[in-house]
Ligand binder design. Structure first.
Ligand code: ZN
Length: 204
């Protein structure tokens, strides 16, 4: 666990979902993924799930659920229990239970998100993750649009939504020409966009 993070937040007051979203957004913006990362699952695990899980371990009043890991290990003392040390990241029982309150069912579609969390008052958060590449300057338009759409769907029922989009490769157009306009529009419907650019020499 990141020592600075732990000492900074461990002794703090109880968080609600908005405090958690603030802290997580700040933390995710500090991530510098490696441009060598190819798979979205790796980006998601190293740069989104792990930091969110660390934060929730320091703040057990926030229950985080993520997609089950390969070994399908379950929480020690029941799920969502008072003892945060017995919680298991990627517990399949927690994940299944979370679908009931986190999925957005609309127009005959069922939409799930990459990471979800709930506070003591039942307020909820969703995180949607995307790992995109520019190849010879060409933008991943379709995938980006899908990501924005998922974030908008999440905002229909979630009290907080964070959309984390990692980019690798070099865009042909100026990266942030209308970035602020998109960011502002999404914030207006309750979505915090975190856009991170991969670095060639980053170790993670
Ligand atoms: Zn569990």
């Amino acid at each position: 666990m990141n020592r600075n993070l732990t000492s900074e937040i461990a002794a703090g007051p109880q968080m609600n979902i908005h405090d958690f979203a603030n802290a997580l957004e700040k933390r995710l913006k500090e991530e510098v993924p490696s441009a060598q990362l190819k798979r979205e699952a790796e980006f998601e695990r190293n740069h989104v799930i792990d930091p969110a899980w660390e934060l929730s371990q320091a703040h057990p009043e926030i229950c985080v659920s993520v997609h089950p890991a390969k070994k399908r290990e379950m929480c020690g003392a029941g799920c969502g229990g008072a003892d945060p040390s017995s919680r298991v990241k990627g517990c399949p029982r927690c994940w299944k239970e979370s679908k009931g309150w986190s999925a957005v069912n609309a127009f005959g579609t069922r939409n799930n998100f990459d990471l979800v969390a709930k506070d003591r008052e039942g307020k909820i958060l969703a995180v949607e993750v995307k790992w995109l590449a520019f190849s010879s300057g060409k933008g991943p338009n379709g995938e980006f649009q899908r990501f924005i759409g998922q974030c908008a769907l999440a905002a229909a029922i979630h009290d907080e939504v964070i959309g984390v989009c990692g980019f690798r490769g070099q865009p042909r157009k100026k990266f942030d020409e209308q970035e602020d306009a998109v960011r502002k529009t999404m914030r207006g419907i309750g979505v915090r966009l975190v856009l991170v650019q991969a670095k060639l020499n980053s170790k993670k």
